[in-house]
Design a binder for this molecule. Structure first.
Ligand SMILES: Nc1ncnc2c1ncn2[C@@H]1O[C@H](COP(=O)(O)OP(=O)(O)OP(=O)(O)O)[C@@H](O)[C@H]1O
Length: 264
């Protein structure tokens, strides 16, 4: 990688000892002639919370969709724990420790909250059998529901939950598979300030427990609270890598994404 690319992607300096959990290099995804991802590169370090931000349509969700196996990449590489996983089916990635939550959760509405999480646990049982990440918040379903404020709803049908509660359930389902890398797609949208506070705290707690997070989000206060570092995408390409404090000083980021302070 050139030194310029290393700066743009926030890659660690050559010779740095820490190995990325996920390394995305030159990732491409095309829909017909349209290049939704046009050579995106970044690393996610173990236990890191990396924000993936940018204007509407810049490719953030597509990036998560490719990393988690919903779409096959059209170019570039995805290395997870040093091994290529680009194009691998979603269920295999879940077994490897990569899972995600969705912008619009789709729980099994006629199953209870607990049953929804049990189904997810079964789906991820390969990881459970391997005895990885036992204990912690993802160790026990009751504990997981408590962690996400769902314990009093455990026996309700998922279809009866509010949309905020459905987002928590979606997170619980992803965590039930004991991910090492959790991709979180616009969790903050539609949550009230108290719910946002709770979720931000929980995501930080997950990171402290060793889970790496890739967080797509529009709410910049939430991004500020939750993430260690940001990648800004613009039109399917890397625009910036660094902290939010650095991003607000970067004229390119201000121009295409953040806007001038008086525009807020
Ligand atoms: N399945 C698809 N077929 C065709 N075009 C798609 C598909 N998925 C995404 N796109 C297009 O790719 C571009 C990137 O979409 P994507 O959802 O990744 O953007 P985003 O950065 O997540 O946007 P937002 O912040 O609005 O959610 C958009 O122009 C979108 O219309």
């Amino acid at each position: 990688m050139s030194s310029e690319a290393a700066v743009a992607t926030g890659a660690p300096a050559a010779g740095a000892a820490t190995v990325p959990l996920l390394r995305v290099q030159g990732l491409a995804k095309h829909f017909g002639a349209f290049r939704a991802l046009d050579g995106v590169s970044f690393d996610v370090m173990p236990g890191e919370v990396l924000g993936l931000v940018g204007p509407n349509g810049s490719g953030k969700t597509t990036c998560i969709n490719v990393i988690t196996g919903l779409y096959r990449p059209d170019g570039g590489s995805i290395l997870y724990q040093g091994r290529p996983v680009g194009g691998m089916a979603a269920h295999r990635l879940v077994h490897q420790g990569i899972n995600r939550s969705f912008q619009i959760p789709k729980p099994f509405k006629s199953l209870t909250v607990r049953q929804n999480v049990e189904v997810a646990r079964t789906y991820g049982q390969h990881a459970a059998r391997a005895g990885e990440a036992e204990g912690g918040v993802a160790g026990d379903i009751g504990e997981l529901l408590r962690f996400l404020g769902l314990e009093q709803h455990a026996d309700r049908m998922a279809g009866e939950l509010t949309s905020a509660q459905q987002k928590m359930l979606d997170l619980a389902r992803a965590l039930a598979t004991r991910p090492k890398l959790l991709c979180v797609d616009e969790l903050g949208a539609g949550l009230n300030p108290a719910e946002l506070d709770l979720v931000a705290g929980r995501l930080r707690e997950l990171a402290r427990s060793g889970i790496a997070l890739l967080v797509v989000e529009h709410l910049m206060d939430f991004v500020d609270e939750v993430t260690d570092r940001l990648i800004v995408l613009s039109a399917g390409k890397n625009l910036f890598a660094g902290t939010l404090a650095q991003a607000v000083q970067d004229p390119r980021v201000v121009e295409v994404f953040l806007g001038a302070p008086d525009e807020h």
